[in-house]
Write a protein that binds this ligand. Structure first.
Ligand SMILES: NC(=O)c1ccc[n+]([C@@H]2O[C@H](COP(=O)([O-])OP(=O)(O)OC[C@H]3O[C@@H](n4cnc5c(N)ncnc54)[C@H](OP(=O)(O)O)[C@@H]3O)[C@@H](O)[C@H]2O)c1
Length: 308
């Protein structure tokens, strides 16, 4: 019997992984969604066969119950949980004590070189643990275009990202989930670190062109400077940590550090990742103005309804 605990279970990657495991319905595998609000999580469509447990990284009293009988963990660190020494390492210490067989940690592209990232510190911490682990470093998520950048595209017909002429290779979180599931039960992936990307790097002029073709109106790449982007986001009352993280990621893109593709996803799953053009086509209605401005929380609910 295997019992898999998934943290960040209501977020981008966690929810996609839960849904995929539910579809595959492996015999002898119990899937546990570690969530902050069980009642809210129960209402999400497409995850009715998993078990829910109350779990908060910043509430150590929730660790023991969440880890009861668990054999494997998919560790997704929420962006808000940045003090990893205080809120991630103690959880990992408990997991180690309990003899957890394997942890898949979802990091981010470039984390191994960028000391400022909380995921960098977490990756390094795994070197000190005896738990077999796999570090997965996805490139940027396509779903950011439905969440972080949706309002600019929907309401202002622009992509407002400070990436200059840099290229990015977005990956769909459903593909990240597929890679996670493929890694979960294959010991060959233990103690490996993988960068996974979408199929091809694109710059934001190309991405704006795909949007324009799909939506039937011109979407422009605004190409703001980093300073202008930071000022705007802080004016919009976005959290400083969020703004700094985004700026660092897009600076990496501007400096050519996200301009790569590899066939790791294919070698893990046996097929190619989804393309950005297909993704934009599939979710085009989210960027079409229907006369009513949707609030971000409704977008999130909408995404859950659509099974993202
Ligand atoms: N965005 C990207 O392009 C990208 C690319 C590669 C890697 N990453 C990495 O992916 C990770 C984020 O994953 P994601 O985008 O799938 O998550 P997400 O959509 O931002 O969702 C965060 C999840 O964490 C939960 N959560 C928040 N605070 C919590 C706490 N204190 N204790 C327990 N759970 C908590 C949230 O639950 P509630 O429903 O209760 O809020 C939610 O399920 C980050 O480590 C980031 O570096 C991001």
């Amino acid at each position: 019997m295997e019992k898999i605990l998934i943290t960040g279970a209501t977020g981008n990657v966690g929810l996609s992984t839960l849904k995929l495991l539910e579809t595959l319905n492996y015999p002898g595998v119990e899937v546990v969604a570690a969530v902050r609000d069980i009642e809210r999580a129960r209402k999400i469509e497409g995850i009715c066969n998993c078990t829910f447990c109350h779990f908060e990284f910043d509430e150590p009293s929730t660790y023991d119950k969440a880890l009861e009988g668990v054999t494997r963990i998919v560790l997704i660190r929420p962006n808000q949980v940045s003090d990893v020494s205080k809120h991630i390492f103690p959880f990992l210490a408990k997991a180690e004590k309990l003899g957890i067989k394997h942890i898949i940690f979802i990091s981010i592209a470039g984390a191994e070189r960028n000391r400022i990232f909380a995921n960098h510190r977490t990756e390094n911490h795994f070197k000190k643990l005896s738990i077999p682990s796999t570090i997965l470093r996805p490139s940027l998520y396509m779903q950011n275009l439905l969440t972080l950048h949706r309002q600019d595209i929907l309401m202002h017909d622009k992509i407002n990202i400070p990436a200059g002429q840099g290229l990015v290779n977005y990956i769909d979180v459903r593909d990240v989930a597929e890679a996670i599931v493929a890694i979960l039960f294959n010991p060959v992936h233990e103690n490996q670190a993988y960068d996974i990307t979408g199929p091809e790097p694109l710059d934001f002029y190309q991405i704006a062109k795909i949007f324009s073709g799909e939506l039937g109106r011109e979407i422009k790449y605004a190409r703001p400077s980093t300073i202008r982007f930071v000022r705007q986001k802080l004016k919009d009352k976005k959290q400083l940590l969020y703004v700094v993280t985004l700026s660092l990621l897009y600076s990496a893109a501007r400096n050519g550090k996200m301009n790569y593709a590899n066939d790791v996803f294919r070698s893990i799953t046996g097929h190619d990742p989804r393309t950005l053009a297909d993704f934009i086509h599939e979710y085009r209605e989210y960027w079409i103005r229907a006369g009513v401005e949707e609030k971000p929380e409704n977008v999130r609910k909408g995404l859950s309804r659509r099974g993202i």
